[in-house]
Design a binder for this molecule. Structure first.
Ligand code: PLP
Length: 384
């Protein structure tokens, strides 16, 4: 049984208030929002209320800019494929070297199958994006830019507002995967040039399998799921009403929450571990990052072994991205930052939530140094 859960960038616990809000949509108001009877009308109203809650959290100007999807991956796919289809004539996409596979693998497949040119903008050792390379990559051939708001492994926040303005000046659309940023970074999309933004419920204490895509008014988007006229023709299929209500509630809770404690606990964790473990190093841009993520490299040890030993002691963390779990190779994010080999295999991500307590952090600060010492001693023994 996990006692300390510090893997909130992989997924979060569903907030009991979110469960309470969604349950009646499963058992009482289970009508189809497209149906004309009372049950359908109630479901339709609940979807409308949730759309407003999502709009409010991201500061969008209009509720009709929110399209509900099945999560971050679908939102990324709909944004990229939908925007491309609606913009013939331009055949280049600009992404960063540290995008989530939902963007990166899709773009690699577009290069293979449709011959699109993908520009991958490098990052520096601190995870900061190379702005000069970005500006140089933009041209009249750029159809779309897709740059994440916050990185899932390091928590580094990119200057997406400025980058969106630059994309706009080149006549390109700007999409941001904000799955790790929504609810953790203030955003007022109404004041930005961001055209498309992806978010996911399960990173926000809503269930898995629900998300949304923000589509700025006036942006043409070709639907990728064809069928009924739900979501104003942008995503066919009967709405996941319980999930949508859950996402709306989670967004309202996130809007009302204060992240000061999370940042304080994250800093305490980093300070505590760096002071107690020699040869450890915080990865990412510490000046610009989400408040809940600490990504630490421990020299000379394998992160998979750290994760396993911590798990036995009731502490859940992750080695790089959850999607890359099981692989012994350093993640593409760690590689892109050029982390020295000695550190690259020992990267551990600790990701907090508003449920994390000081007592839990102190337990982690006590446990991790023991685990690292044990692993380093094993290494010395096997080398002897
Ligand atoms: N984008 C980022 C940055 C993520 O961290 C994740 C989830 O790990 C996703 C996209 C995919 O979201 P989902 O799991 O909702 O498909």
């Amino acid at each position: 049984m996990t006692a300390v859960y510090l893997d909130n960038n992989a997924t979060t616990r569903v907030d009991p208030r979110v469960v309470a809000a969604m349950l009646p949509m499963l058992t009482e108001h289970y009508g189809n929002p497209s149906s004309a009877h009372e049950s359908g009308t109630l479901a339709k109203r609940a979807v409308a209320a949730a759309r407003e809650q999502v709009r409010a959290l991201i500061g969008a100007a209009h509720v009709d800019e929110i399209v509900f999807t099945s999560g971050g991956t679908e939102s990324d796919n709909l944004a990229i494929l939908g925007a491309l289809a609606a913009r013939p004539g331009r055949d280049e996409i600009v992404i960063s070297a540290v995008e989530h596979p939902a963007v990166r693998t899709l773009c690699a497949s577009l290069a293979r199958t449709r011959g699109l040119v993908i520009h991958e903008i490098p990052v520096d050792a601190a995870g900061r994006i190379d702005r000069a390379a970005y500006q140089a990559a933009l041209s009249e051939r750029t159809a779309l830019v897709s740059i994440m708001w916050a990185n899932n492994e390091t928590g580094t926040v990119f200057p997406v507002a400025d980058m969106a303005a630059e994309a706009n000046a080149a006549g390109a659309l700007f999409h941001t995967d904000a799955v790790q940023a929504v609810g953790r970074v203030p955003m007022v999309l109404a004041e930005r040039m961001i055209d498309l933004l992806s978010l996911s419920g399960h990173k926000l204490h809503a269930p898995k399998g629900i998300g949304a895509l923000y589509v700025r008014r006036g942006i043409k988007l070709a639907a990728q799921t064809i069928g009924g006229s739900q979501e104003r023709g942008r995503r066919a299929g009967t709405e996941n009403v319980p999930g949508i209500v859950a996402l709306g509630t989670a967004c309202a809770l996130a809007a009302a929450s204060d992240d000061t404690t999370i940042a304080f606990l994250r800093d305490r964790l980093e300070g505590g571990l760096l002071a107690r473990v020699a040869d450890s190093w915080v990865l990412g841009d510490v000046e610009h990052r989400v408040p809940n993520t600490a990504c630490i490299a421990f020299a000379g040890v394998e992160s998979e072994a750290i994760v396993r030993l911590l798990d036995r002691r009731g502490i859940a963390v992750s080695s790089g991205s959850a999607c890359a779990a099981g692989s012994v190779e350093p993640s593409h994010v760690v590689r892109a930052m050029g982390v020295p080999e000695r550190f690259a295999r020992g990267v551990v991500r600790f990701s907090l939530s508003h449920e994390t307590t000081a007592a839990e952090i102190d337990r982690v600060i006590e446990t991790v140094p023991d685990v690292i010492a044990e692993l380093r001693a094993d290494q010395l023994e096997s080398a002897a």
